[in-house]
Write a protein of this length. Sequence first.
Length: 284
Amino acid sequence: MSPAEVPSRHPSNFRRVVLALDPGADYRVALTEAIRLAEALHAELNALFVEDTGLLDAARHSFVRRYAPMSARWEPFGEHEVETAFKDLANRVRAAVAEAATRDRLPWSFNVVRGEVEKAALAAAREADLVVLGAGQDALLSALRSPSLARLGKQARERSVLYVRPRAPVARLLVVVYDGSPAADRALATAARLASPSELTIALIAPDDKVAAKLERQAKAVLGDQRAGAAFIALPKASAAELCGLSARVGAGALVFGADNPLLGKAAARKRLDETTCRVLVVR
């Protein structure tokens, strides 16, 4: 494959960064990440506040109560109170988005929808969008509320999504999982827009040295002028556990996959990737 043939395989021009937030999300962390991505990708920021239907359904039960610290008493907590809380929080989030986007001169929009945060975000996004799913801020709920590849199943491959983890490292270094597929080319091209060459580690998924050399040449063609300084590591059979271990060893801030990577089609692998301490970026 010649370098001239590569660009048609990896158009990575995202038009919008869709930031999806629910009432349990730490919108400050996710907003900072989304702003950085929108700037790097020259994209519009669209913040999507999702009113969690699960909380509304729970509030409809007559036995639901909340503890009020001021009165040290348990008080009724119904659907009206939840909707009021949603409105107040949405207003605060909108103000934060407006301030951050205006400061950085980014085009932006803000919408409120009702549903399950992950599914609502994917439904709102188009092919040319990158979805950012924020992580829960409550340590006790983070395992349940954090964005999950396992929970989304096959839908995890239908859009380009960044999964922001609780307490994930802020390191800019990216590990790109590269097997030479069209989506892997797009993932690598996207990573090259988000980090400098010295911040890129490309994990070549190759059964032998010959295939690894071929993949390295192809990856360098995708990177073009940005190839100098990038690191290449050959992995014969990369399991989810091995990739998580590699990201930890090099101090990566994110693992980057093409959406057609076979690992993403395996439930056990998606579950293991959910457990990694770094962000996971899936590029369609």
